[in-house]
Ligand binder design. Structure first.
Ligand code: FCB
Length: 427
């Protein structure tokens, strides 16, 4: 730890300061199967997003991953966090893995490794095979052994190539949008019991999957396993309004505290060797309304309140300086920032946003937070779930009007490339 701290150098330059990150820090980018691959058969296949879009082709990463890895090399990243799609690999419960689909993921991994890019594999990112959804998905505890069986077979096949395993991506977001707010399939509302079942079943599955992952060490280094927890700060808009406070504290309790306890409380803490943190920002509540663009609050109105937002949530870089020490103290586990990004057509805003969050990250690390890597969300503009193609998170744009789906670096890609190559930021 001391050596890591010694590498967090701050140098004064003519124009300000240069903040250097530790050697071997992972600078990555992230995607998920449903959002980029296309040609998928899961619960999103027939889903029509608010902008009329669907994920049937998405970015066609399914066929274009060799090209996308070349783009990653141009970006200078040394890590890639991506999903493996369960519905592709297992056609029935406890079935054997589809060898052709497996070979495609093996090829993707081999190309990443040949390019010097460390893979982090996500096992569950908001999607399931149809045969899991039919009997109730993660509300049904029989999903646990089915998932663990899949993980056992997958890990046996990939353990020589993969060290970093991310079992579940944002279980809180998944359970909330699918069973409380109706944004994700199966689009149910206010089913709090189902929300809890999903969280607890996933937490049990994480524990069992983790045992398998840690048992089956491959030729590489000792495998690392963790979940990616979305952390949103929920605050009252008016500090003294009981309604604002009630909504904020109920949200904090349900989505942060309850979920963190389910996955990492008590003996479950031993099931993780790292914690992934997806951090975007803050939601403030006015009465029972979330004051963020993602909930439909008009950007102009939010500006009037003095809020700085991207096309989704309020920006709150200071929050990173609060959550990192908290997780560090509470869990004593290495941390990866498994997602951070901003959706906006304003690239100058996105660059300021990125550098602002990274400066806070550097400060928190200097104060002792053991952060090992940062993954920018996302490599490509992609299918942003219920919002379709309207939210532009990509370092690269994709022209969805051209059937060849050409990619192009956006100005932010150059900013991020410099960060990755220089392992430092100028502020
Ligand atoms: C996260 C999700 C990811 C993407 C980004 C914008 O909550 O994990 O798939 O939707 O937000």
């Amino acid at each position: 730890m001391r050596t890591l701290l010694a590498q967090l150098i701050v140098t004064r330059t003519q124009n300000g300061k240069l903040l250097r990150f530790p050697e071997r820090f992972l600078w990555g980018t992230a995607t998920s199967t449903t959002q980029v691959e296309g040609h998928i058969n899961n619960e999103w296949t027939d889903f029509i997003a608010r902008d009329g879009g669907n994920c049937r082709i998405a970015c066609d990463h399914y066929h274009r991953y060799p090209e996308d890895i070349e783009w990653m090399s141009k970006l200078g990243v040394n890590a890639y966090r991506f999903g493996i799609e369960w519905s592709r690999l297992q056609a029935e419960p406890f079935g054997s893995l589809d060898q052709n689909e497996l070979a495609r993921y093996v090829d993707l991994l081999d190309r990443l490794l040949a390019a010097g890019i460390t893979p982090m594999v996500v096992l569950h990112h908001f999607s399931n095979p149809p045969w899991i959804n039919a009997p109730g998905g993660w509300t049904n505890e029989s999903t646990i052994p089915a998932f663990v069986d899949y993980v056992e077979k997958l890990v046996a096949a990939l353990k020589d190539r993969v060290c970093l395993w991310n079992t579940f991506n944002e279980p809180d977001t998944y359970a909330c949008l699918a069973y409380l707010l109706g944004g994700f399939p199966p689009q149910l509302s206010w089913q709090l019991r189902k929300f809890r079942h999903v969280i607890n079943n996933m937490a049990r599955a994480h524990e069992q999957a983790s045992r398998i992952i840690q048992r089956d060490a491959g030729a590489g280094r000792q495998p690392q396993v963790g979940i990616a927890k979305n952390w949103t700060f929920f605050h009252a808009y008016r500090r003294f309004s009981p309604w604002d406070r009630l909504t904020a504290s109920a949200s904090h309790y349900t989505f942060n505290k309850y979920v963190l306890n389910a996955f990492l409380g008590g003996r479950r803490r031993a099931a993780s060797t790292f914690i992934g943190l997806n951090y975007y920002g803050r939601v403030r509540f006015h009465h029972f309304n979330a004051m963020i663009p993602a909930s439909g609050a008009p950007a102009k109105r939010l500006e009037g309140f003095g809020f700085v937002c991207d096309d989704m949530v309020e920006r709150y870089p200071e929050g990173l300086g609060k959550i990192l020490p908290y997780l560090n103290r509470r869990l004593r586990l290495p941390i990866y920032i498994t997602e951070h990004g901003a959706a906006s057509a304003d690239e100058a805003f996105r660059a300021r946003d990125l550098l602002g969050y990274l400066a806070v990250l550097h400060g928190a690390m200097t104060d002792g937070a053991d952060v090992r890597g940062f993954f920018y969300w996302s490599l490509l503009d992609n299918f942003e779930w219920q919002f379709g193609y309207s939210k532009k998170f990509g370092l690269l744009s994709v022209d969805f009007n051209d059937e060849r789906l050409p990619r192009r670096m956006k100005p932010l890609a150059e900013v991020y490339r410099r960060v990755c190559c220089e392992n430092s930021i100028g502020v």
